[in-house]
Design a protein around this ligand. Structure first.
Ligand code: FUB
Length: 339
């Protein structure tokens, strides 16, 4: 028994220290972690960052990812499993380049992987792939989802069995090129005093592979009910949508991009409007900030990334921190930045 305790103690300590703000895996670079609980286990659907010869630019061309790996763990602070390649760019007929931030959902006894990528014309679309297992491998649909565009799909399953996809990202995510779901290759961000470009929401069909309706704008408003203006870049939407439900309210969280915050806004319907409440995660190391929020065994967790392992903005590592709601429903701000 003593011998067992001698060996057990250091292992437990190492695991706890690793969990405290440390990368969940360090053998590959991972980012944009979309976490879900399936079969009592946490599955994380991240981007798989890789070094590439593509030079850095304002369009994010240096985020030149080529496959997805799903990672999982059965307890926070426990062993993390990398399930290997779940989907490879070479198996996706419609994609030209850049597999960006994915998400997943479970319905119809099937796991669905949703992912944004540039098509052969360099226009971002959203694809879907299916598997009977949460970790894949996934079999991809031959075309992107009809009517889809831009980046960062986040799929939220409501209590009544409906699923909604939130998506969009400005600048390199191309959302400014879409007005009324119509593509304009020259589309620009709005003028500073005009309404900011808003994320989109759309209900998914029962088959989970198509939109049940036209995508709509998600209205993000301040405490006075006024929509955010383009110039309010400390609060306006940039990318990285996520929705979780807490005490019957819908929490829409997102990245402010060039001001690097993860903020949140609360509403009474999955379609919004969502009223701004504050910052969930202060800026992290690296330019991008992207997260997900999930409840596991009665506690809420924030999954996020930074660049601790590489010091390079396009080579990120995912992490987790506990997230706390206050009694009035607001969320305590997390500062995870480490020098
Ligand atoms: O990982 C590529 C892009 O960087 C994501 O789609 C954005 O949300 C940002 O994290």
């Amino acid at each position: 028994v003593w011998l067992a305790m001698l060996f057990a103690a250091p292992i437990a300590t190492t695991t706890a220290q690793k969990f405290a703000g440390q990368p969940l895996v360090d053998h590959i670079y991972t980012a944009d972690p979309s976490a879900h609980v399936f079969n009592g286990r946490i599955y994380i659907y991240p981007s798989h960052d890789v070094e590439s010869s593509t030079p850095e630019d304002d369009q994010g061309s240096h985020f030149d990812m080529k496959d997805y790996h799903i990672i999982s763990l059965d307890k926070i602070g426990g062993k993390v499993t990398d399930h290997g390649v779940a989907l490879d760019i070479k198996d996706i007929p419609w994609v030209g380049r850049q597999l960006w931030a994915p998400d997943a959902a479970y319905a119809n006894n099937t796991y669905y992987l949703y992912f944004p990528a540039k098509d052969k014309n360099d226009v971002f679309r959203i694809g879907v792939a299916t598997s009977k297992k949460p970790e894949g491998p996934f079999v991809v649909e031959r075309q992107p989802i009809a009517g889809s565009y831009s980046i960062d799909p986040a799929v939220f399953g409501d209590d009544d069995g409906s699923f909604y996809m939130y998506f969009g990202g400005i600048w390199g995510g191309q959302l400014q090129r879409w007005d009324n779901n119509t593509y304009n290759p020259d589309g620009q961000l709005h003028a500073p005093d005009e309404q900011a470009v808003m994320p989109r929401v759309v209900k998914l069909s029962k088959d989970m592979k198509s939109f049940a309706e036209e995508a709509k704008e998600v209205k993000l408003v301040d405490q006075d009910g006024k929509v955010f203006l383009e110039k309010q870049n400390d609060k306006r939407f940039f990318e990285a949508s996520w929705v979780h439900k807490y005490n019957g309210k819908y929490y829409f969280s997102y990245s402010t991009g060039d001001t690097h915050n993860i903020c949140y806004a609360v509403g009474d319907s999955p379609y919004g409007p969502f009223t701004y409440k504050g910052i969930i995660l202060n800026p992290v190391k690296g330019w991008t900030n992207h997260h997900s929020i999930v409840m596991f065994k009665g506690k809420w967790y924030l999954f996020y990334h930074d660049t601790q392992l590489s010091g390079k903005t396009h080579l990120r590592n995912v992490k987790v921190a506990e997230l706390r709601h206050n009694s009035d429903g607001t969320i305590q701000t997390i500062s995870a930045h480490q020098e």
